[in-house]
Write a protein that binds this ligand. Sequence first.
Ligand code: ARG
Length: 570
Amino acid sequence: MDMKKRIAERITSAAQRSFEGCAITAQELAAMLEIPPEKKLGDFALPCFRLSKTLRKAPPMIAAALSEHLACEEIDHVEVVGGYLNVFLSRTFLARSIVEAVLEQPGRWGSSDAGKGKTVCLDYSSINIAKRFHIGHLSTTMLGHSLKRIYDFNGYTTVGINHLGDWGTQFGKMICAYKKWGSREAVEAGGVQAMVDLYVRFHQEAEKEPALEDEGRAWFKKIEDGDPEAMEIFSWFKEVTLKDTQRVYDLLGVTFDSYAGESFYNDKMQPVIDELREKGLLTKSQGAEVVMLEDYGMPPALVLRSDGATLYITRDLAAAFYRQNTYHFDKCLYVVAYQQNLHFKQLFKIIELMGYDWYKGMEHVSFGMVSYEGRALSTREGYVVYLEDLLNKAIEKAREIIEQKSPNLPNKDEVARQVGVGAVVYFDLHNDRNKDIDFRWERALNFDGETGPYVQYTHARCCSVLRKAGEVSAAPDYAALTDDEASDVLMLLSRFPETVRKAMEQSEPSLITRHTTQLAQAYNKYYFEHRIVEEGDAQGTAARLALTSAVRDVIKTGLYLIGVEAPERM
Ligand code: ARG
């Protein structure tokens, strides 16, 4: 439903009727239509100056002539002001076309097939083995998950990749510590925390007994050589980590299509290194090999250490080629904190220098830091907040609020989970991604502020209005939706698709979060100033219910796109 296009078509046929031989097309005319700076100048305005050249008439005369032929359902009235034709849309028509368009395909308003036949890889969450999932990982996880949904919604084929951090000398140390002081039972019982403890102990003991470092290195060498015992322990560490993390992913509803992490690329780096060398891109530097990037204002990228060891970027190079060859991506997004800006700039530049055009589809989606209740997180100072704890606390708090507000709600546990988790996710995706976030309970869980629970509550309100009204058989009279409050709601509905498109283009889900919030606010204003169900006005009631239904649908879609659930009762 493109209003501008329809109006342009109307004006075009008016022009053909007013001026013999007028050859203007609707497309050309649409390009001339402007949106006036003030509401009193109409919804659209046509400056007639350009037309006056071809038609050989003064602009005010053209505007006046056109105005004679514009009686139609879309237009309420037109005004001629100087050389401008100002068009005022029919609010009734607007209401009908928007509401009907939304309700025609439930859950699809704002979707498109822009990405038909195209593939996007999204690298997000990408956790490190044997480390606990803390709130610093929330943004990468939820931004990535949301972007995946947004791309899906626009017809792309998407591949969600958890590029596991499962390679490095620390795993040798961890095995060494495990062999000395650990036990299978303790790690099974303690999960990732037990592994973290072993690692901490390793460093404490190694201070007293430096020979331990050599033992750790020897164990890592065994992993590199594929020694069966080392490999068995190492893959079991991975399993334990993934099992622990899975609980968090389940709470968040986040999934992946691939868990190919750093170690997956062990046997896939050589061809890339060879190619770099053949193309003359590798330079020896103190025994190591680097790609010089001075000409591009960047320090050299270390690709091979002097002992032949590969690095993080070597694995990312192999991963990029693997993804291109396997998925033939049009885009590959890396949702990673801004601290890695340089890493990704180097990575993309190297692929460009290798002569591959597809580097253009690679994008680093960076984001800011999270602090907690006004304090920066620091592992060293012991100030860490684990994501699972945060989510469980949110669920518990939501549960308390529900207990007070709706003690008779049937599925309280389920709703508490949806509201608690939704509050955290919404909080994370509410501001521009590059801004730092300070997580505060009173701001995340407030049912009246700009929060997840507020938007969810509005959705549940719409559901409840519709449930209570039951079946309506009357045909809606859309003239009932022409007041200012309804118009504000309608405008927000009509602009939703544009917001979804922008969110995708800018990799900025917060645009959807805020649009959905505005829609909820506008609907609540409407709800408080108008009676939805009015005795003796069946057709007006039907129109107000249709509006409510459209709002419910679009709020649900907006929440879905940012990874937040929408309970029907709260
Ligand atoms: N595991 C890395 C970290 O925690 C993030 C990996 C991001 N993805 C990538 N392909 N480099 O810093």
